[in-house]
Design a protein around this ligand. Structure first.
Ligand code: NAI
Length: 247
């Protein structure tokens, strides 16, 4: 279902967690996935594992918060592979603390990675996607961008910003056959949530109508659908994939 044969997909933050789940799904669906993260070794090993299973994959280390590095990355992918069909802006970080204690650096680092990073990569893919009159851009936001969360003013602002960015970009690019959508995951089992104390996890599960923490496959399946031809009439939307938490 939702085949992606002959499509080239870039996924940021692909070295682990949700991003790794996304590249596995897209590769299984037939896409050539370019796995991107800051860590060369980690992203190389994700791409090698995919290739050992017979899938099409390559990798690149890049700090997406760096405007020029993101532009150079996209340019080199287009040069090597000829085009870009799918961009998944998944890389994201947290620097949690109450607003009263938050440093300027905590604020800037999170906004620069989560929000400016998506601007950097999206701007870079826009021209090649416009030329081919086809493209799929999928931004990974968070339920925290919809509801807010104490201790995460920087993160919530970056994730709410991504929702607005999605809508404005969707309006600008719709006439060129490019769709731009957003996914707002709830609590997902990854390194980002692994460090939580068991009692905190229990309290989280109590808030989820489907009574379980999500996994990267739950998000990857939605990405695969939005990346596919089947989702061609959907743009500018944000989908909460959160076990019903924000219904
Ligand atoms: P993670 O911490 O396990 O992985 C983050 C990935 O992003 C890593 O590959 C890391 O190398 C990469 N990355 C970070 N900064 C980067 C930069 N400047 N340039 C390039 N790559 C960079 O995170 P996880 O949990 O897999 O989250 C993935 C996305 O999903 C993030 O945007 C996160 O905010 C979002 N999310 C996660 C939730 C969760 O419960 N885990 C819930 C809601 C949203």
């Amino acid at each position: 279902m939702f085949r992606l044969d002959n499509y080239i997909a870039i996924v940021t933050g692909a070295s682990r967690g949700i991003g790794q789940g996304i590249v596995e799904n897209l590769a299984e669906a037939g896409a050539h996935v370019v796995c991107v993260s800051r860590s060369f070794e980690a992203v190389k090993s994700v791409a090698s594992e995919l290739k050992s299973k017979g899938f099409k994959a390559s990798f690149a280390a890049c700090d997406i918060a760096d405007f020029k590095a993101a532009a150079d990355l996209v340019q080199s992918i287009v040069k090597d592979l000829g085009k870009i069909d799918i961009l998944v802006n998944n890389a994201g970080i947290t620097r949690d603390t109450l607003l009263m204690r938050m440093s300027e650096e905590d604020w800037d680092t999170v906004i620069n990675t989560n929000l400016k990073g998506a601007f950097n990569t999206t701007k870079a893919v826009t021209r090649p996607m416009m030329r081919q009159r086809h493209g799929r851009i999928i931004n990974i936001s968070s339920v925290v961008g919809l509801t807010g969360n104490a201790g995460q003013t920087n993160y919530a602002a970056s994730k709410a910003g991504l929702i607005g960015f999605t809508k404005a970009t969707a309006r600008e690019l719709a006439s060129r056959g490019i769709t731009v959508n957003c996914i707002a995951p709830g609590f997902i089992e990854t390194d980002m949530t692994a460090g939580l104390k068991p009692e905190i996890k229990e309290a989280m599960i109590a808030q989820i109508p489907l009574r379980r923490i999500g996994n990267s496959k739950d998000i990857a399946t939605m990405v695969q659908f939005l990346a596919s031809d089947a989702a061609g009439y959907i743009t500018g939307q944000t989908y909460a994939v959160d076990g019903g938490m924000t219904m």
